[in-house]
Write a protein that binds this ligand. Structure first.
Ligand code: SF4
Length: 386
C-alpha cells in the first residue's frame, strides 16, 4: 500500500506530517511523491486564512477530476490539520470526497518521525494554545495548550544527535510558555510580571514532568538540557510570544552560544486599540520594553515579527501607528498577513470585516516595502504559524 501526504501551512503542520509519515511507514506503507500513485492521500490542512482553505478545496477538486477522467480507483482521502476543527460530520458533508477526518490531537507527540531534512530536526514541545487571540482559530483547531514531558523531548534530541542531526528547532504555538499551561494565573498576567524575577511566578506543585524549578522558567531548563548534548550545535525555537519572554530566557540566550541569534516575536499590530481588540494582552510599550531588554543583553540578535493588516475597524491612523512602530523597532523581517475572517473565532462573531481588500493590499504593500525590502533572505526557514 502506498501513501502520499500533502502539507499546507506552518512548521507545526510539517512536523505533524513527519510523524504521520512515521506512523504509515511503521504500518508497512510506502511513501510516494505523487498523489496520483497513492492508495491513501493525507491532506494536512491549514485554515489560518481563507486562501489556505481554498487551496485544500482546489486540491480535492483536482484529485476528483483526475480520478473521474482517468477512470482510476478512488484512493482513500484523509483530512487532518486545522480545518478539522469543524465537527467531522460537517466536514464530510461539505467535502464529500473526504473519507475520514483525523483530528490533529490524535497525532501523538511520540510517533517516530520520517524527517525530510538531514541537518535540522523539528521537535514539537507543546501542542495547542490557551491564548485566544480573537482572530485565531488555533485554540479551536488544535485545542488547549499541552506541553510534552521534559524527558521525552530530551531523549528525542539525544537520539537525533546520535543519528547525525546538529540543529534542533523546538516548536510550539507558544513555545516559550512550555510547561506553564497549568499555572493558575493567566499567562497574560505574567506579561505584567516581566519586570519581576521569575521566582515571583507561582508554579503549581504538579509540574515535575516539565522539570520546573523555582525561579527558572521550564523552557529555560529545557534549552539548557538540549544544549548539553555535545553534537547539537544550533538550537532554534518558534513561535515565541512577548508575554513569556522573561529575563531568565533573555539571559539564557545571551550566555548560550548554541541558541540561534534570530528571534521571532510577533507583534500583530502597532496600535494599542487594535492589540486590545485582538486580545493580545500587551501594549506596544510592553513589546518595546521586551525588545529593548533583548537588544541590551544580546547585541548581535536579529528580530523578526508577524503583523496583521486590515483587522476589523483598523483605521488609517491605527495603521500609521504600526508603520511608525515598524520604523522604531526595525525588524529584519516581517510576515505581513491581510486579515481574513475565520468562522468560529471571537473576531468573526464580534467585529465586522470592514476594511476593503484593496485597502488591506495597500497596507500590506507599505509594510512589506518598509520592513522586508532588503531582508527577505534573513531567515528563509521561518514560516510563521498564524
Ligand atoms: S495567535 Fe498564537 S498565541 Fe494567539 S491564539 Fe493563535 S496560536 Fe495562540
Amino acid at each position: 500500500m502506498k501513501f502520499f501526504i500533502h502539507t499546507f501551512g506552518c512548521q507545526a503542520n510539517k512536523a505533524d506530517s513527519e510523524r504521520i509519515a512515521g506512523d504509515y511507514t511503521a504500518r508497512g506503507y510506502t511513501e510516494v511523491m505523487s498523489w496520483k500513485k497513492a492508495d491513501e492521500i493525507v491532506i494536512n490542512t491549514c485554515s489560518v486564512r481563507q486562501s489556505a482553505e481554498d487551496r485544500v478545496k482546489g486540491l480535492l477538486n483536482n484529485i476528483q477530476n483526475y480520478i473521474v477522467a482517468q477512470h482510476k480507483r478512488k484512493p482513500k482521502i484523509i483530512l487532518t490539520g486545522c480545518m478539522t476543527h469543524f465537527t467531522n460530520e460537517k466536514i464530510l458533508k461539505k467535502l464529500a470526497y473526504v473519507d475520514e477526518v483525523l483530528p490533529i490531537g490524535e497525532v501523538g507527540f511520540n510517533t517516530p518521525s520520517i524527517r525530510r531534512d538531514k541537518v535540522n530536526a523539528w521537535i514539537p514541545i507543546s501542542l495547542g494554545c490557551n491564548s485566544f487571540c480573537t482572530y485565531c482559530i488555533v485554540p479551536f483547531s488544535r485545542g488547549r495548550e499541552q506541553s510534552r514531558p521534559f524527558d521525552d523531548i530530551v531523549n528525542e534530541a539525544k537520539q537525533l544527535a546520535a543519528d547525525g542531526y546538529t540543529e534542533i528547532t523546538l516548536l510550539g504555538m507558544n513555545v516559550n510558555s512550555y510547561g506553564l499551561e497549568k499555572v493558575g494565573v493567566s499567562l497574560r498576567k505574567m506579561l505584567l510580571n516581566l519586570d519581576k524575577p521569575f521566582t515571583d511566578v507561582e508554579l503549581p506543585t504538579n509540574q515535575s514532568q516539565y522539570q520546573s524549578a523555582k525561579g527558572i522558567p521550564p523552557f529555560v531548563t529545557l534549552l539548557r538540557a538540549i544544549s548539553a548534548i555535545p553534537e547539537i550545535k544550533i538550537i532554534r525555537f518558534l513561535t515565541s510570544n512577548p508575554w513569556d519572554f522573561h529575563d531568565e530566557l533573555i539571559e539564557e540566550i545571551a550566555h548560550n552560544p548554541k541558541i540561534d541569534r534570530y528571534l521571532h516575536l510577533p507583534i500583530q499590530s502597532g496600535s494599542n486599540r487594535i492589540l486590545k481588540l485582538m486580545n493580545r494582552g500587551y501594549t506596544r510599550e510592553d513589546y518595546l520594553r521586551v525588545v529593548q531588554k533583548i537588544r541590551a543583553k544580546i547585541p548581535n540578535v536579529v528580530i523578526g515579527t508577524d503583523i496583521i493588516v486590515g483587522f476589523p475597524t483598523e483605521t488609517d491612523a491605527d495603521f500609521q501607528e504600526t508603520v511608525d512602530f515598524s520604523k522604531k523597532i526595525d525588524w529584519k523581517i516581517a510576515f505581513v498577513a491581510r486579515y481574513s475572517e475565520r468562522p468560529g473565532t471571537a473576531a468573526a462573531r464580534l467585529y465586522p470585516d470592514d476594511v476593503s481588500d484593496q485597502e488591506k493590499k495597500r497596507r500590506w504593500d507599505i509594510l512589506d516595502q518598509i520592513i522586508n525590502k532588503d531582508n527577505m533572505a534573513v531567515r528563509p526557514f521561518v514560516i510563521t504559524s498564524v
